[in-house]
Design a protein around this ligand. Structure first.
Ligand SMILES: [Zn+2]
Ligand SMILES: [Zn+2]
Length: 239
């Protein structure tokens, strides 16, 4: 009732397009925008989840050097163009990360959509990709943890946001080569309590996957700590 009254006085607007939302809504993103999300669909590399052509099951990169995670899936392609070419998710993520607007975290969770691209996989635990505490202090929140909580609720599994830690502050991954990214992130993570991941099947959650170097390094450390399997879910994937 209160929400209805508030919405009546301050008509709610879509966090992505600014259009009017229905007055009785609980959502932050309008259905038109949700419908416009560039969702990834098969055929995808069975491992890393990038779109592939026809016959092969794995992309060339995974066939040549398989990552530590078993499977990565993303909800949508990350299109980082200008103006009308900019993907809705890319612009929401940017505004969320750098505009420090926490309410957009809920908008991003809505962009996950009705069905997560996880197939029939089952997990024991959701773990978000951590930020280094200096970055966390500056930003005030970890966008991967906000998404992780939404995913954990959705699949009805616990989230553990404190066990995997970023122990080394790394320079931003932007504008680095694939190999540079790998070296940049190496040994940046540690598992505080290995017993909590031992023999567990883990779903690692992040907002964007670029080359996969971060997810791969997290998976390596989790497996080393005794995890049975690590899969990755990101909201968006740079192609
Ligand atoms: Zn909209
Ligand atoms: Zn692949």
């Amino acid at each position: 009732m209160l929400r209805y009254l508030l919405n009546f006085v301050f008509p709610p607007r879509c966090a992505a397009c600014g259009g009017r939302l229905p007055i009785e809504t609980h959502e932050l993103v309008c259905s038109l925008c949700i419908g416009k999300i560039d969702r990834l669909s098969e055929p995808l590399c069975a491992v890393c989840g990038i779109p592939i052509a026809g016959a092969s099951e794995w992309c060339e990169r995974c066939a040549a050097a398989p990552p530590h995670f078993s499977r990565a899936r993303a909800v949508a392609a990350y299109r980082d163009g200008a103006g009308r070419d900019a993907g809705l998710i890319a612009s929401l993520i940017r505004r969320h990360k750098y505009g420090l607007d926490q309410s957009l975290g809920r908008a991003l969770a809505e962009c996950l959509g009705a069905e997560l691209p996880l197939g029939d996989a089952d997990y024991d635990l959701v773990i978000p990709v951590p930020l280094h505490r200096s970055r966390l202090r500056w930003r005030g929140f970890n966008q991967a943890a906000m998404l992780g909580r939404a995913v954990a609720r959705r699949i009805e599994r616990p989230i553990d946001a404190g066990n995997l830690m970023r122990i080394r502050a790394t320079p931003p991954q932007t504008a680095r080569t694939r190999r540079g990214r790998r070296e940049n992130i190496r040994n940046a993570f540690a598992v505080r309590r290995p017993a909590r991941v031992a023999n567990r099947s883990i779903l690692l959650v992040d907002d964007v996957m670029t080359t996969g170097a971060t997810a791969d390094e997290c998976a390596r450390v989790l497996l080393q700590a005794g995890a049975r399997r690590v899969d990755v879910l990101t909201l968006a994937r740079v192609l």
